[in-house]
Design a protein around this ligand. Structure first.
Ligand SMILES: Cc1cc2nc3c(=O)[nH]c(=O)nc-3n(C[C@H](O)[C@H](O)[C@H](O)COP(=O)(O)OP(=O)(O)OC[C@H]3O[C@@H](n4cnc5c(N)ncnc54)[C@H](O)[C@@H]3O)c2cc1C
Length: 416
């Protein structure tokens, strides 16, 4: 089958590899000069398969009024007359009940655990290098309130196959000695020992090379999609700034930009750009070896070879990707308090980008009302984690096979 994939972030590249491996004739269209150059470029690096609690949950509601008025809050709304943002915000609030948050968590966990299996298979097949580490992720908590909430979530997830270990403060320090010098309060932690980390950009770059060399996938860089053309319930062509392309099947994987190109076709997905930042420094002996999630400040750390990456914050400000130092400062300050002897004054790189976020949390995979148009988008805060599982699911759907996991809560049907 001839398939055109729109977008070469981690979701597009992984689907291209999977479909190429299965013998399809795959072309990927990407406006940048390489794969993984936008949201997948410098993310938090965590393959957090067990992290299934969506941002929309009951613990967020009481914090929202305070966050709305603080520029250093983990989540910032910049209210304005922007209907997609208002629609997203209302959907987010609707999903903050504990019943909905539990349903969304189960759907996220199912996709996460399946992605772990698929990622393991992909690494075995390819031998791909991407500063991979499989020491797990340590979640730490600064208050009893946050720690209690996390323990309850852990007990809930355990019923659905998630395996994590609750640790005392001393056990956290024994597992990650770099935490011993922290000036921050740590009351306890949870070790997600099945989780992993790695550099998503290196993964994209190297997987694109493998897919091209071994499976003849064509990557066409520097080409911008302008519109999709439909007739009689099918996509007949994709128009680009360098002419049109035709295929048997099309996959939408343009991250936060996906809804802009789907809505002229009548497909209105509540995917909204949630801006985040990351800072990368050269790792020294005072840096953690384990990937860390700071559950109180909502920032994540990943050791990527000889670098330490910290990422966090969520800001709703449309498609603006400029770097606002006022939003970077809280990340650096919280990181400095946790690891005071790391090289925070000598940043290698500071970066901002847009998570393609849905209000409920899970991505949007699979079929659309157009028989040959498929979705692999809306992965929000977990796109790197869910890339391998999403690629296998979308490939199965295109081939007319039942996917290995239930699709409930992962398709666009939940929005219609
Ligand atoms: C600060 C931050 C930290 C994060 N940390 C983590 C983490 O630790 N773990 C995790 O799992 N996830 C994390 N994420 C989320 C993850 O990075 C994203 O979910 C994922 O990168 C989304 O990938 P994508 O392929 O959908 O989008 P993208 O990587 O943005 O790819 C979409 C591609 O489409 C291309 N494109 C767009 N429009 C057009 C057009 N008109 N024509 C041609 N090409 C086009 C873009 O150039 C881009 O390359 C983080 C995100 C951020 C911002």
């Amino acid at each position: 089958m001839k398939i055109v994939i729109l977008g070469s972030g981690v979701l597009g590249v992984t689907a291209a590899y999977e479909l190429g491996r299965r013998g399809h004739d795959v072309t990927v269209i990407e406006r940048q000069s390489e794969s993984g150059a936008e949201t997948s470029y410098a993310n938090g690096g965590q393959l957090s398969y067990s992290h299934a609690e969506p941002w929309a949950n009951s613990s967020v509601l009481p914090k929202l009024p305070k966050w709305l008025f603080r520029s250093d809050a983990p989540l910032v709304f910049r209210p304005r007359a922007d209907w997609p943002m208002i629609r997203w915000g209302l959907g987010f609030l609707r999903n903050c009940t504990s019943t909905r948050a539990h349903v969304n968590a189960v759907n996220l966990l199912r996709l996460g655990l399946y992605s772990r299996q698929c990622m393991e298979a992909l690494c075995r097949q390819t031998g791909i290098a991407f500063d991979f580490a499989n020491r797990g992720i340590l979640h730490i908590y600064g208050t009893e309130h946050d720690f209690d909430h996390a323990r309850r979530q852990n007990e809930f997830q355990a019923k659905f196959g998630s395996e994590q270990k609750v640790l005392t403060r001393e056990e956290c320090f024994a597992l990650e000695p770099a935490l011993r010098v922290t000036s921050r309060s740590i009351v306890g932690g949870i070790h997600s020992f099945m989780d992993e980390s790695g550099d998503a950009y290196l993964f994209c770059k190297n997987l694109a090379k493998i897919a091209a060399e071994r499976h003849k996938v064509q990557f066409r860089y520097g080409i911008a999609v302008t519109q999709l053309r439909a007739e009689n319930g099918r996509i007949v062509a994709v128009d680009t700034d360098q002419g049109e392309l035709q295929a048997d099947g099309y996959i939408m994987a343009m991250g936060s930009y996906s809804p802009l190109y789907l809505s002229p076709l009548g497909i209105r997905l509540p995917i909204y750009p949630m801006k985040g930042y990351s800072v990368t420094v050269a790792a020294n002996d005072a840096c953690p070896q384990l990937s860390i999630t700071d559950g109180t400040y909502k920032i994540v750390f990943s050791r990527l070879g000889n670098r330490l990456r910290v990422a966090g914050t969520a800001e709703f400000a449309g498609y603006d990707t400029s770097i606002n130092e006022k939003r970077v400062a809280p990340i650096v300050n919280a990181s400095r308090a946790l690891f005071p002897q790391a090289e925070w004054d000598h940043r290698l790189h500071t970066w901002a980008c847009l998570r393609p976020s849905t209000p409920d949390g899970p991505p949007v995979l699979g079929r659309t009302p157009y028989s040959n148009l498929f979705l692999n988008t809306g992965h929000g805060t977990l796109g790197w984690t869910q890339a391998a599982g999403s690629a296998a699911i979308v490939s199965d759907i295109i081939e007319g096979k039942p996917p290995a996991v239930m699709l409930h809560g992962l398709t666009m049907e939940r929005y219609v």
